[in-house]
Design a protein. Structure first.
Length: 304
């Protein structure tokens, strides 16, 4: 990954808006070193994206129709339809790692903490198509609508391991969809953080117990500092997902090499479903408390 610094810089420049007559000049190694030696670049973004259809085709096809991604307003939330207030910080660390942080332009005046970014997404349907033509099809999911908040998204390309690490903190305020081929409807799904009654660092005591003990350290965070409290708040209030993506070998006795590996380091969340409907009638609700997924590995590759 010797060219990583240049790739990160060129990606950032390409993403920025240019005037129609702007001239892009190549930088030599000396000039590039001077640029990357600075504090990185920041991109501020607001957008709304609509996609008529996404289709994956093998012998048959899987299609997602009428996709809209924007602010929470696209899914019935109180925000606008724009995915806005995004700030993307791109930097190259001293060890050559590419570091990308997606956060918020807004801060809470009282605490100085970043205000989460509201988001929303809808999709008309997800279908399986015979032969990719749609002459014979099955609708898997329809009327998908979800909205929530993004607290943080961090990406890091580690030059020592060639791993892409992804860490995201988010919640889902409301999610609804129909599973057409089963005749099932999911209403008012909510995803949040696991809260204080969870042992995040695995030391045998929950966050609630450590807060009550008053030692000043909660789940490894310094609770005597505002920074520590804010960092723990992001962990406990929002669902947290941390994973590594890289090129590696298959699992167990597999002889596969050069496969796409996804190692799920941890997933922490609470989840509830307000109503599960069958035939348009609710059969009850479901709740999962302190859901933790750890030490999970996937190897993905094409079938011979």
């Amino acid at each position: 990954m010797k060219g990583l610094k240049k790739i990160a810089l060129v990606t950032a420049v390409a993403a920025a808006p240019f005037a129609a007559n702007a001239e892009l000049k190549a930088l030599n190694d000396s000039a590039m070193g001077n640029v990357t030696g600075q504090a990185g670049v920041t991109i501020e973004l607001e957008t709304k994206v609509s996609i008529g259809q996404f289709k994956y085709t093998d012998e048959g096809s899987f299609a997602v129709n009428d996709i809209v991604l924007g602010g929470s307003g696209v899914a019935g939330g109180t925000g606008t339809e724009l995915l806005d207030q995004l700030k993307i910080d791109i930097d190259v660390a001293d060890d050559g790692d590419a570091v990308i942080h997606v956060g918020s332009l807004q801060t809470d005046p009282a605490t100085g903490a970043p205000v989460p970014i509201d988001w929303g997404m809808t999709a008309g349907s997800m279908e399986l198509l015979a032969g990719g033509t749609g002459s014979d099809s099955t609708t898997l999911i329809s009327n998908l609508s979800m909205r929530g908040d993004l607290a943080a998204l961090d990406l890091r390309v580690d030059t020592a391991t060639d791993h892409l690490n992804v860490a995201v903190a988010f919640d889902i305020d409301d999610m609804d969809f129909d599973v057409d081929f089963l005749g099932v409807g999911i209403r008012d799904m909510v995803v949040t953080g696991a809260g204080n009654n969870f042992d995040y660092d695995g030391n045998g005591t929950t966050a609630e117990e450590e807060i009550a003990a008053g030692t000043g350290t909660v789940e490894g965070y310094d609770f005597t500092s505002q920074a520590g409290q804010l960092a723990y708040g992001k962990l406990s209030k929002y669902a947290n997902v941390n994973l590594d993506v890289y090129k590696g070998a298959g699992l167990g006795d597999s002889t596969a090499t050069g496969v796409l590996r996804v190692d799920v380091n941890n997933v922490y969340m609470d989840m509830s479903i307000g109503a599960i409907e069958i035939g348009g009638t609710s059969i009850g609700s479901v709740a999962l408390d302190n859901l933790a997924v750890t030490n999970t590995k996937l190897a993905i590759y094409g079938k011979d």
